[in-house]
Design a protein around this ligand. Structure first.
Ligand code: N2P
Length: 348
C-alpha cells in the first residue's frame, strides 16, 4: 500500500512538472522596426543574455507603421518611428511613458540628441539613429555637378532617377526645390509641390525603399534620393557612388525607440532599448547598417572610414553651413499630404 502511494505521488509530481512546463512560456517581446535597420546578431545576443524571445518584423515607412498600429490586431513592445511621427503618436496617446530607471544606458547618448522638440523631456523616446536625406549618384553616369534638387528634374536623366517611396520625404524634396519649407502648411505651396512631382514622374524609373541599395550598387540608375545611412552602406559596396546634400537644404531626422501604449511586455521592451544603447552593441549595429549612432563611445569604436565619413558623421561646421529642417507633425494638414501623395502615385 505504502509503495503504491509512493508511486502515485511520483506520477502526480511528474504530471505537475510536465503541465507546469507547458504553462510556463518563455517571455517574449514583439519588435517592429524599419527594414534593414539592425544587425540581427544583436537580437540573438539579447535573447541569449536575457532569456527573452524577440519576435521581429519590419515596415517600410512611418506612415505604414502608423496604419499598422491604428489597425490594432497585433501589439508591439518596441517600435522605431521618426521625430514627426513620435510627435503625432504622443499627441494621439499611442505611446507609453518610459521608466528611465530601467534604461540607465541613456546616459551614453550625446546630449545634442536628447530633449528635442518632438519629445522635450525624453519621456517617451530614446534616440536610435539619425541622419540626413540627400542624393546618391553614380559618378560614371552623371557629368553635371550634383548640388541642387533640380537635377532630379533634368530630362537628360530620364529613367535613371529613383525617388523614395515615402510620402513625407518625397513631398519634402519638391517643396525644397521650390524654395519652400519642408514643413509647409500652405495649401498653394503643397499643390505646387504636387505639380512638380507629377511633372517629374515621367523621368522617374521607380519609387523605392530598401531596394534602392541593390539598384544603385548594381549601377542600374544614375541618381537616387536616399537616407544618409543607406548612402554609407551603398558607397561601401560601390566606389563609383557619391552623396550630396543639395544647396536648397534638406531634412535632418531622428529615429527613436518608443513603447506603444498597449505593449504587453513593457519591462522586456525597456531591457531591449537599454541593450541597444550599450556602446559596444550600438557600434556593432551602426557598423553593420551604415546609419549614424547618437552614442559617441560607439562612434569611437567604428572603423576609420565610417567614423571619418562626412556622410555618416558630418562635422558641426558642415551641419551649420546647410539649411536643415526637422519634420514636424503636420497635424490637421496631414489629410492634404495623404491626398497629394495618392494623387502623385496614381498620376492625376
Ligand atoms: C532603414 C530605414 C531608415 C529610416 N532601411 C530612415 N528614417
Amino acid at each position: 500500500m505504502k509503495n503504491r502511494l509512493v508511486v502515485l505521488a511520483l506520477i502526480l509530481t511528474m504530471v505537475a512538472i510536465v503541465l507546469g512546463g507547458c504553462g510556463e512560456k518563455k517571455p517574449s517581446i514583439n519588435v517592429y522596426n524599419w527594414g534593414d535597420y539592425i544587425d540581427e546578431s544583436v537580437i540573438e545576443d539579447f535573447e541569449k543574455e536575457y532569456g527573452i524571445k524577440v519576435n521581429y518584423s519590419t515596415y517600410a515607412t512611418n506612415e505604414d507603421l502608423y496604419v499598422k498600429l491604428k489597425q490594432g490586431g497585433e501589439s508591439f513592445d518596441v517600435i522605431f518611428p521618426s521625430d514627426y511621427m513620435i510627435e503625432r503618436m504622443i499627441r494621439e496617446g499611442m505611446l507609453a511613458k518610459l521608466d528611465l530607471n530601467n534604461i540607465p544606458n541613456i546616459k551614453y547618448i550625446d546630449e545634442d540628441f536628447l530633449n528635442l522638440d518632438y519629445d522635450p523631456n525624453n519621456e517617451y523616446s530614446v534616440p536610435y539613429m539619425w541622419g540626413t536625406v540627400g542624393i546618391i549618384y553614380n559618378k560614371t553616369m552623371v557629368d553635371d555637378v550634383v548640388d541642387s534638387w533640380d537635377i532630379l528634374w533634368n530630362e537628360k536623366y530620364k529613367d535613371q532617377i529613383i525617388m523614395l517611396n515615402s510620402q513625407r520625404d518625397t513631398i519634402a524634396v519638391a517643396l525644397l526645390k521650390l524654395g519652400y519649407s519642408l514643413n509647409s502648411r500652405n495649401i498653394d505651396e503643397l499643390e505646387a509641390a504636387k505639380e512638380e512631382l507629377l511633372k517629374q514622374k515621367p523621368l522617374v524609373w521607380a519609387y523605392q525603399g530598401d531596394e534602392v541599395k541593390d539598384t544603385m550598387v548594381g549601377g542600374e540608375a544614375a541618381l537616387a534620393v536616399v537616407w544618409s545611412g543607406d548612402a554609407v552602406a551603398m558607397m561601401r559596396e560601390n566606389p563609383d557612388l557619391d552623396y550630396a546634400i543639395p544647396k536648397e537644404g534638406t531634412n535632418l531626422w531622428f529615429d527613436s525607440m518608443v513603447i506603444p501604449a498597449n505593449a504587453k511586455n513593457k519591462e522586456g521592451a525597456e531591457l531591449f532599448i537599454n541593450f541597444l544603447c550599450r556602446p559596444d552593441i550600438a557600434a556593432r549595429n551602426a557598423d553593420y547598417i551604415g546609419y549614424s549612432t547618437p552614442i559617441p563611445e560607439a562612434v569611437d569604436m567604428l572603423p576609420d572610414e565610417i567614423k571619418n565619413s562626412d556622410v555618416a558623421y558630418p562635422s558641426d561646421e558642415f551641419l551649420n553651413s546647410v539649411k536643415l529642417e526637422v519634420f514636424k507633425d503636420p497635424m490637421d494638414i496631414i489629410k492634404e499630404y495623404d491626398r497629394i501623395w495618392t494623387e502623385v502615385m496614381s498620376g492625376q
